[in-house]
Design a protein around this ligand. Structure first.
Ligand SMILES: [Zn+2]
Ligand SMILES: [Zn+2]
Length: 104
């Protein structure tokens, strides 16, 4: 909303100027300032893309004979598992052939 400096009447927007309908006074509209405000609001959410953590180790494959009777695989995925209730860790093997899991 803009009021005329000369007569105090309410001015109306006319293209790129404010125009007084009472005395004909004109004042330039500050279009750039209005646009800048809109642009800043639109660009506020400029967060950086989430970085995918690719450094996490995948399970290691180790030479370990599968204890399953019907499997002759000698390779298994190897995982260190923290034992519940303590800092002691157990080794968990998963056979790459049959998926059989066992502990050391
Ligand atoms: Zn006026
Ligand atoms: Zn197996």
């Amino acid at each position: 909303m803009q009021f005329c400096d000369d007569c105090g009447s309410m001015m109306h927007a006319d293209e790129d100027a404010w125009r007084c309908s009472s005395c004909g006074n004109e004042e330039p509209r500050d279009m750039e300032a209005e646009e800048e405000m809109t642009t800043q609001n639109a660009q506020r959410d400029d967060g950086k893309p989430a970085v995918v953590d690719a450094t996490r180790d995948s399970d290691e494959i180790v030479e370990e004979p599968c204890p399953a009777d019907d499997c002759d695989s000698d390779q298994a995925e190897y995982e260190m598992m923290p034992k519940p209730g303590g800092s002691y860790e157990v080794r968990l093997f998963t056979c790459v052939e049959c998926g059989h899991k066992w502990r050391d």
